[in-house]
Design a protein around this ligand. Structure first.
Ligand SMILES: [Zn+2]
Length: 270
């Protein structure tokens, strides 16, 4: 049983969104997917997908790289997310949100200074924490070169119900996250299968199995041995295979536990 806990079928370039979803439907593989929103329009798309396909769930959120589009409309935009998620049982998370300092340099050429851009990102993620709090939903965290600030703000807000998606930090940082929130999740993507990702592999080897989720972040980050091609939710199996190879545990136990972790974390009763 496999659950791709983070994908963006609407961003596929090689196939239409419908083709991606139909091929999952026809093969019943992976068993479940979570379509993740990055701004108002894509959150709405994910909501619709989850309505049209039994195997699909949705998250609504505003990605840090989209926040500049919404400056001075923070409250209105968060309200739109709130309206979307009300009375919709298939919206099971908020995100992806939080901080991305990696993609700041090109934005410096925009009308905003670097510090202002960071402040805007921070405002949006604090508002999304509050939304997650209010509806008791988990938060999907996106991090690029902002790990210290993220942990600091999580601690300040005392918010513990989160998944660190597409994990690329080391074992030591995972320990800090788990010390702060023993119930948090660390989600591995295709990057785990890359030959030079040794520090990520070490993390996947040693953290408790009960804290592990898997994802594709498709259409990006296609795992080995299909690196360089467009990614697809079905390739989540390569991420699982890598975890099985790394960990000294029974393969079935690994697969079942990770699947169950996903159901529990997103409060699904499948
Ligand atoms: Zn993503």
């Amino acid at each position: 049983m496999l659950f791709d806990t983070h994908c963006h079928p609407y961003l596929s370039e090689k196939q239409s969104e419908k083709e991606v979803l139909e091929s999952i439907k026809n093969s019943s593989f992976p068993n479940l997917i979570l379509c993740v929103g990055t701004k108002i329009e894509t959150s709405q798309k994910c909501k619709e997908t989850s309505k049209n396909y039994d195997f699909a769930f949705a998250s609504v959120g505003i990605h840090p790289c989209e926040t500049l589009e919404y400056v001075w409309q923070e409250k209105e935009r968060i309200n739109e997310l709130e309206i979307m998620l009300q009375n919709d049982k298939k919206i099971v998370a908020i995100g992806e949100c939080w901080l991305d300092y990696y993609r700041l340099p090109p934005l410096i050429e925009s009308k905003f200074e670097k510090q202002k851009i960071i402040d805007i990102q921070k405002t949006f993620f604090r508002l999304q924490i509050q939304l997650a709090h209010k509806y008791n939903l988990p938060l999907i965290i996106h991090n690029r070169e902002a790990k210290e600030d993220i942990l600091k703000i999580l601690q300040e807000e005392n918010f513990k119900n989160f998944v660190f998606h597409c994990y690329t930090e080391d074992r030591e940082y995972a320990k800090k996250l788990l010390d702060f929130s023993p119930q948090c999740m660390i989600s591995f993507s295709g990057i785990l299968t890359f030959k030079n990702a040794l520090w990520i592999q070490e993390t996947a080897k040693y953290i408790p199995l009960k804290n592990i989720l898997i994802e594709t972040d498709s259409p990006y980050l296609s795992p080995a041995p299909e690196r360089g091609t467009e990614n697809h939710p079905q390739k989540v199996k390569f991420v699982l295979d890598k975890i099985k190879e790394l960990r000294n545990e029974n393969n079935e136990l690994i697969e079942e536990t990770i699947y169950q972790n996903s159901l529990d974390f997103f409060c699904l009763s499948h």
